[in-house]
Write a protein that binds this ligand. Structure first.
Ligand SMILES: Nc1nc2c(ncn2[C@@H]2O[C@H](COP(=O)(O)OP(=O)(O)OP(=O)(O)O)[C@@H](O)[C@H]2O)c(=O)[nH]1
Ligand SMILES: [Mg+2]
Length: 303
């Protein structure tokens, strides 16, 4: 049997469960997940290697309608995944859509348009079906999906429970072009460990802070010292917030919020590097950084 290799753009509205799916497929946390919209900010690769195929998933920031702040950066990063891809895998949130099926048109049409003239194979995952009851409520959505994406195969799935995930992966892999693997068997992402560490901090912030989370929050690893104490590298990370009031929120009463975020992020980074680390967090105010091209580039955003 011939071997397949290719790229799959994972696209869809924000919060649809794209990153949850990627982490489940790869079997490790490579893309951060939160209940808040606009969690993913960069295109993140997840490499799945099986005997018959190597599939490079490109997780992307969710598509949405805002056009200010960091949103244009995120949208560009998402749409740019499409020309790189052999297959488009579209995600929609059945839990959000079941009570409002007419939202589907608005969410799906831009994608359908973008894919319209393209012969690229399209697979649609109607995600979070575990949260839709009774199941009959899925039927109008599935029907509508088939109308909007007549060329696509549609799968009702749950990235959370795993239901239907293997079927999606098999369908995607079957549509990739033939070709040899391009990555080693144990490579699961192309993201540098420094980036993953910064993302761990950002995820813990997203999870710890409620509605008061400033969307203009960014995390940068300032230094990663393995020389001074090789048994326990010293990592220094800066959390950038847009305003002084945000600084207080991130630090919390008596520094408690920052301590909590730090210890949760440290645990995750330790898992990532397979050893102990010392993590030091700083909070700095940096207004309007989405407009600062140099800084945006430093963060690896905005290509
Ligand atoms: N019930 C249920 N929740 C899910 C499922 N998949 C994802 N979620 C939840 O939905 C929320 C968003 O998940 P993400 O994976 O971050 O969504 P995303 O599409 O990557 O979002 P962005 O990065 O903002 O575009 C998280 O709270 C997940 O736990 C699912 O199959 N069922
Ligand atoms: Mg995501």
């Amino acid at each position: 049997m011939s071997h397949r290799f290719g790229h799959v753009a994972v696209l869809g509205p924000t919060n649809a469960g794209k990153s949850t799916f990627l982490n489940r497929v790869i079997g490790q946390k490579i893309s951060i997940v939160s209940p808040k919209p606009q969690t993913t900010r960069n295109r993140i690769t997840g490499i799945l290697t099986t005997e018959q195929a190597q599939v490079v998933f490109l997780d992307t920031p969710g598509l949405h309608r805002q056009s200010r702040g960091i949103s244009p950066l995120l949208l560009r990063s998402a749409w740019n995944a499409l020309p790189m891809a052999d297959v488009a895998l579209l995600f929609f949130d059945a839990r959000a859509l079941a009570p409002k099926p007419n939202l589907l048109e608005a969410e799906a049409r831009p994608l359908a348009k973008a894919l319209g003239g393209d012969p690229m194979p399209v697979i649609v995952a109607l995600n979070k079906v575990d949260a839709v009851r009774p199941k009959e409520r899925l039927l109008p959505l599935l029907k509508e999906m088939a109308l909007i994406f007549p060329q696509a195969e549609v799968f009702p799935i749950s990235a959370l429970s795993g239901q239907g995930v293997d079927e999606v992966v098999a369908a995607v892999a079957a549509r990739l072009p033939e070709g040899p693997p391009q990555y080693g068997e144990d490579e699961i992402t192309t993201a540098p460990v420094r980036f993953m560490a910064a993302e761990a901090v950002r995820e813990k912030l997203f999870l710890a802070l409620g509605q008061e989370l400033p969307y203009g929050v960014a995390v940068e690893i300032e230094s990663w010292d393995e020389q001074t104490n090789p048994a326990m590298p010293h990592i220094s990370a800066v959390i950038y917030v847009p305003r002084t009031t945000h600084k207080g929120i991130v630090i919390g009463k008596g520094g408690e919020m920052l301590k909590k975020v730090g210890s949760e992020a440290r645990a995750e980074i330790e898992e990532l590097v397979g050893g102990r680390v010392h993590l030091e967090l700083w909070v700095k105010v940096k207004p309007d950084w989405p407009g600062d091209k140099g800084f945006v580039r430093e963060l690896g955003l905005g290509e």
